[in-house]
Design a protein around this ligand. Structure first.
Ligand code: NAD
Length: 599
C-alpha cells in the first residue's frame, strides 16, 4: 500500500452515533507527532474508501484521517433519521473526530461533494475557528454561498444571470429527486444500487476494479437525508456571516455534470485569497484524478504550514493570485521539446509563469539548460534540462523512462522541436527528406508514443500539443518536404485526439504562421550552393524580423488551446486566414501554391 502501512481503524463517539475513523501515516515513530493532520471527508453516496487512493499518496508526508460520515460505511446512523443529518450535527461529528485524532493541533480539511458542502460549514462556523488550518474544497459548494448566489441573480436578473440560474437548476435535477419521500430509498436498495457502480465507471471512465464499499445502497438511502435536512432551508435562509476563517483552495473539475463553474464566481467575497485550481475531468476526482488531487493538497497544506499554519489571512504563496493558466497548470509537469529557442522556449516560460514544473528538452545542451534556469526564475517550482535529439528513438525511450522515474508522468507534453527545409521537390535530396521527416514527424511520433502510453497507464488524463504549421494546410511549390512533415503532424494529432479522448487526454495541433525565431537562421535551402544558402537564410531572417510576430504570442495561444482542449490552433493572422481559405476556396490556395515565395 505505502511506506506507512495499512490504515488503522477506530471508533469515535459523537452524540448518539459511532463514527468509523481510519488513520494513515502514523507508525508510532517520534517524528509522526510533528506531521500535519489532513482530514478527508467523503461525499454522497460514497463512504471514506472513496479517498483511499488519495490517502495512500498523502500518507508519506502527513497524518491522514478519513471517517465515514454518520449513516455511511461503518459509522452508525442517527435515530430518527429525519433531523439527524443537519449541518450542525455534522459539525459535532467533525469536531469529535478532530479532537480524537489531533487534540493539540488544528487540522487541514479536505472535502469532496457533500464532504465539501459540510467542509464549508466547518470552515465558516464560529465554533470551529482555530480547529482548521486550511480547507480544500472539491466539487461541493457552501449551501449558504449557493443561497446568496441564487438570491443575487433573482434580485438583479440579466439574461446571463437567468441563463446561469436555469443552467444550474437543470444540473440539480437529482436534488429535487432526493427530496421525494421513500422513492430514492427504494431505488437505491433496488436496481439503482446494483447498477450504480457500473454506471459510474462508464460515465467517469474509472479504471476497472471493485466499487469501494459494499454498503452503497444503505449509504445512499441514509444520505438522502443530507439533502432533505439541509438544502431547502439553507438555500432559503443562507447565513449572512459564512466567511471562511482559514485559507481555502477550490478545485473545480471543468466537466462536472452536477455543478456549474459559475457557482464559484463570487467566492472570493467569502474566502479572501482563495486559491483556484481547475482540472478537465468529471465529478469524482478522488477516484479519477487521485495523483493530481494529492499534489495540490500537498502543495496547499505545505504552503499553509510554512506560512505559520492557522493564520486566517492569506499568506505569501497561498494567495489565489493567479489567472486561468495558474489555476490549471500550477504544479503540473510539462515537457517541451525544442525548448532551447523560439516557440519552445517561450512555451516553457509561459508554463513556468503559471507555476508548472518544466522539463526543457533540446538537442543543444547549453540552450536547454539556460531555458530551465530562466524557467526557475520565472516561477517554476522545478525545471530540468535534458539533451536529446528527438529523432533518436532510443534516446527518446531513455528520456521517457528517466522523466517518469525522476519526476513522474508528464501532464502536458509539447512536441515542438522542428527544423525548416525549403526548396522544390526536384531539388530536395533523399537525405534532406529523411532529415526533415526524422525530426519534424518521427520526433513527434516518438514523443506521442512514449508519453501517451505513460499517460494512459496512469489513467489520470493529460494533454499533448504538437507544433505543426500553417504549411500543414497551405501547399507551396517551395516547401514540399517541410509541408508534408507538418501535414502529417496535423493528421497524426487529429487521429490521436480521437483515440485518446476516452482516456481523458486532449490533443492539440498548433499551427503558427511566420514567427520571428531562430528557425530561419538554421533552415536549409535545397538545391543551392553554400554561398546561396547563406544569402537566402539572411534574406528570410530579415523578412521574419520585419513581420516580427513574437514567439511569446504563440505560447499564449498554445496554453489557451490546452485550456479549451482545441483540436487545431492556427495562430498568426496569416495562419488563420489560410485555414479559412483552405475551407472556403481550396482552388485559390492551389493557385497561390504555384507562386514563387518572396525569397
Ligand atoms: P527555433 O529554431 O527557434 O527553435 C527550434 C528548437 O528546436 C531549437 O532550440 C533546436 O535546437 C531544437 N531542435 C531542432 N532539432 C531538434 C532535434 N532533432 N531534437 C531536439 N531539439 C531540436 O524554431 P521555432 O520557430 O521556435 O520552431 C519551433 C517549432 O515551430 C518547429 O516545429 C517549427 O517547425 C514550428 N514552426 C515555426 C514557425 C516559425 O515561423 N518560426 C512557423 C510554423 C511552425
Amino acid at each position: 500500500m505505502n511506506g506507512n502501512g495499512e490504515a488503522r481503524e477506530r471508533w469515535v463517539r459523537s452524540g448518539d452515533v459511532e463514527l468509523c475513523v481510519a488513520e494513515y501515516g502514523m507508525e508510532g515513530k517520534e517524528e509522526d507527532a510533528r506531521r500535519p493532520t489532513v482530514v478527508l471527508v467523503h461525499g454522497y453516496p460514497d463512504s471514506k474508501e472513496v479517498w483511499s487512493s488519495v490517502a495512500e499518496r498523502l500518507a508519506d508526508r502527513f497524518h491522514v484521517v478519513l471517517y465515514d460520515v454518520r449513516g455511511h460505511g461503518r459509522s452508525s446512523a442517527p435515530r430518527p433519521l429525519r433531523g439527524g443529518f443537519r449541518l450542525e450535527k455534522l459539525t459535532d461529528d467533525f469536531l469529535a473526530v478532530a479532537d480524537a485524532v489531533s487534540p493539540d493541533r488544528p487540522v487541514h480539511l479536505v472535502g469532496h461533494d457533500w464532504g465539501s458542502v459540510q467542509g464549508w460549514e466547518f470552515a465558516t462556523a464560529k465554533r470551529t475557528e482555530g480547529r482548521i488550518v486550511s480547507f480544500t474544497s472539491v466539487s461541493g459548494p457552501s449551501l449558504d454561498h449557493f443561497g446568496h448566489w441564487i438570491k443575487h441573480r433573482m434580485r438583479h436578473p440579466t439574461p446571463r444571470r437567468v441563463a446561469q440560474l436555469l443552467g444550474q437548476g437543470a444540473r440539480s435535477w437529482y436534488v429535487y429527486a432526493l427530496h421525494t419521500p421513500v422513492l430514492p430509498e427504494l431505488a437505491w436498495r433496488g436496481a439503482l444500487g446494483r447498477q450504480w457502480p457500473r454506471m459510474l465507471a462508464r460515465v467517469e471512465k474509472l479504471p476497472p476494479g471493485e466499487y469501494p464499499t459494499p454498503s452503497l445502497p444503505q449509504d445512499a438511502a441514509h444520505g438522502a437525508w443530507l439533502y432533505r435536512d439541509n438544502v431547502r432551508e439553507r438555500l432559503a435562509h443562507p447565513r449572512a456571516d459564512a466567511y471562511a476563517h482559514a485559507p481555502v483552495q477550490l478545485i473545480t473539475p471543468s466537466g462536472d455534470p452536477f455543478l456549474s463553474e459559475r457557482l464559484y464566481d463570487d467566492l472570493d467575497r467569502w474566502a479572501p485569497g482563495l486559491r483556484r485550481r481547475t482540472v478537465p475531468a468529471k465529478h469524482w476526482l478522488p477516484r479519477t484524478r487521485p495523483g493530481q488531487l494529492a499534489e495540490w493538497i500537498t502543495e496547499f497544506v505545505t504552503a499553509t504550514e510554512d506560512a505559520g499554519g492557522g493564520t486566517t489571512s492569506p499568506a505569501k504563496g497561498l494567495t489565489g493570485d493567479c489567472g486561468p493558466f495558474a489555476e490549471r497548470f500550477g504544479g503540473q509537469l510539462v515537457l517541451v521539446t525544442g525548448a532551447g529557442s523560439g516557440i519552445g522556449r517561450a512555451t516553457a516560460f509561459a508554463f513556468a509563469e503559471a507555476g508548472a514544473r518544466i522539463v526543457a528538452v533540446d538537442r543543444d545542451a547549453e540552450t536547454a539548460s539556460r531555458t530551465a534556469e530562466l524557467a526557475r526564475l520565472l516561477g517554476a517550482p522545478g525545471a530540468w534540462a535534458e539533451t536529446v535529439d528527438v529523432s533518436d528513438e532510443q534516446a527518446m525511450e531513455k528520456l521517457a523512462e528517466k522523466v517518469r522515474t525522476e519526476h513522474g508522468v508528464v501532464d502536458v507534453l509539447v512536441n515542438n522541436a522542428g527544423i525548416g527545409l525549403s526548396g522544390t521537390f526536384l531539388d530536395t535530396s533523399p537525405e534532406e527528406w529523411r532529415r526533415v521527416l526524422d525530426v519534424n514527424l518521427w520526433g513527434v511520433i516518438h514523443g506521442c508514443r512514449l508519453f501517451a502510453r505513460q499517460m494512459v497507464d496512469r489513467g489520470q488524463g493529460g494533454h499533448i500539443v504538437n507544433t505543426a504549421s500553417a504549411a500543414a494546410y497551405l501547399p507551396s511549390r517551395a516547401l514540399p518536404a517541410y509541408s508534408t512533415s507538418k501535414a502529417a503532424v496535423l493528421m497524426l494529432s487529429e487521429c490521436l485526439r480521437a483515440e485518446l479522448a476516452e482516456h481523458g487526454i486532449g490533443v492539440t495541433a498548433v499551427c503558427p504562421g511566420f514567427v520571428n525565431t531562430n528557425i530561419t537562421a538554421t533552415a536549409r535551402f535545397a538545391g543551392v550552393t553554400e554561398k546561396e544558402q547563406e544569402r537566402l537564410r539572411s534574406k528570410s531572417s530579415r523578412l521574419y524580423r520585419i513581420r516580427n510576430y513574437p514567439p511569446e504570442k504563440v505560447a499564449g495561444a498554445l496554453l489557451h488551446g490546452v485550456l479549451r482542449n482545441a483540436a487545431v490552433v492556427p495562430v498568426t493572422p496569416e495562419a488563420r486566414g489560410a485555414r479559412l481559405l483552405a475551407r472556403l476556396s481550396p482552388r485559390a490556395l492551389r493557385a497561390m501554391a504555384r507562386l514563387d515565395p518572396p525569397l
